[in-house]
Design a protein around this ligand. Structure first.
Ligand SMILES: Cc1ncc(COP(=O)(O)O)c(C=O)c1O
Length: 360
């Protein structure tokens, strides 16, 4: 791996140009979009979302409306609140259903209107594990002229994004969530990427994707991102193009995670101490293998007890502040969150439940 600044006449610079071209092309396949020029790299998802929000401010006028969801991580809410504050736009909140713990098209239809300019929501909840019907929601969003932004950060480790088939205007994710290093990635539709005016240095010029990428990129991180995507593709069939290898890999990942989820639910139902907050069926079309629990021990104390047993879990709000606020549990310590990805085993799910039983 070479590490030099780009566009120079010497060998190592040309190698970095090649790396960036490969990263763009693999990410385009990963997202399901038609053009690598639509792939923008940045330090992390949050910074890219604020960058986009700043570029959207001049598109907004006082009285325009922005819709944010109560199911989202705050990294896909605060940037839009910031854009609203700077432009005088009004913020409307899309709540999640308290039975399905997801966002519903009819609920979106009730909060949009002729002044809606931006609609942002997540594809999967990092707090509750809920999957969101992205395509159906975007169909409803298209009854307005709003820009639709999707946060795929929690979705991408579990399911393969389908950005163009969803018809999303913007899509975000973060490579460390899908087994890579700390690199944020944004995909956008060409018309928006070309017409919005992001903050940039003059020599960056107008070409995509560089007009969106501030400063020298984290080339070593992006090399790691390429390796992470190649690793994911290796989990699938070794025939076909990169996207079809990823499709078969994600089918295997989803099958394995569905099995772990089923075991998690079997154990959940044999006890009464811990209550699941989130979609309460193991049906893989409604959830990923992320489970929020409330129980007899405060979340932080439970996470510490699990850590002593070598089990990594999170407590609190996991930055999904809108979720814990909506559920009225922010001041009482939030939730205990556990979860599984493709490398976890059935034995580990049992070990987790044995530990939860022991500390309750
Ligand atoms: C759903 C979701 N969105 C956004 C983020 C923010 O990503 P980053 O840490 O790359 O800024 C996270 C991180 O936890 C997340 O889970």
């Amino acid at each position: 791996m070479a590490n030099a600044n780009r566009g120079a006449a010497f060998h190592s610079s040309a190698l970095v140009d090649e790396l960036m071209a490969r990263a763009g092309s693999l990410c385009a396949d990963f997202f399901g979009i038609d053009d690598p020029r639509r792939v923008i790299f940045g330090p992390n998802m949050t910074t890219l979302a604020f960058h986009l929000a700043d570029a959207i401010v001049p598109e907004l006028s006082p009285g325009d409306e922005i819709v944010v969801s109560r199911l989202d991580h705050d990294a896909h809410v605060s940037p839009w609140l910031h854009a609203a504050r700077r432009s005088g736009a009004t913020v409307r909140h899309l709540d999640f259903c308290r039975h399905s713990f997801t966002l519903q098209p009819d609920m979106l239809a009730r909060v949009i209107g002729p002044r809606t300019r931006l609609i942002g929501f997540t594809a999967a909840s990092n707090a509750l594990g809920s999957l969101v019907p992205v395509k159906e929601l975007i169909k409803v969003a298209r009854t307005t002229n709003a820009i639709v932004s999707i946060d795929g950060t929690h979705f991408a480790p579990h399911l393969l994004p389908e950005v163009d088939s969803w018809d999303a205007d913007f899509f975000f994710c973060s490579a460390y969530k899908f087994f890579g290093p700390h690199v944020g990635i944004m995909a956008g539709k060409i018309n928006w990427l070309e017409s919005l005016n992001p903050a940039r240095v003059r020599p960056a010029g107008e070409k995509l994707p560089v007009r969106w990428m501030t400063g020298t990129q984290n080339h070593e991180g992006i090399a790691g991102l390429v390796a992470a995507l190649e690793y994911l593709a290796e989990l699938g069939d070794d025939q076909g193009g990169f996207r079809s290898r990823l499709q078969s890999a994600y089918q295997r990942i989803a099958g394995h995670e569905a099995n772990l989820t089923r075991i998690f639910f079997e154990r959940l139902r044999t006890q009464n101490s811990w209550k699941l907050i989130g979609p309460n069926q193991s049906d893989p079309t409604t959830r990923v293998a992320t489970f929020a629990l409330s129980g007899p021990v405060p979340p932080r104390q439970a996470a510490e007890a699990l850590a002593k047993r070598g089990i990594c879990s999170y407590s609190g709000n996991f930055y999904a502040l809108p979720v814990t606020e909506a559920l009225g549990i922010e001041s009482s310590g939030g939730l205990l969150r556990v979860g599984a990805v493709h490398y976890n085993t059935a034995e580990e799910i049992h070990r987790l439940w044995d530990a939860l039983d022991a500390i309750s």
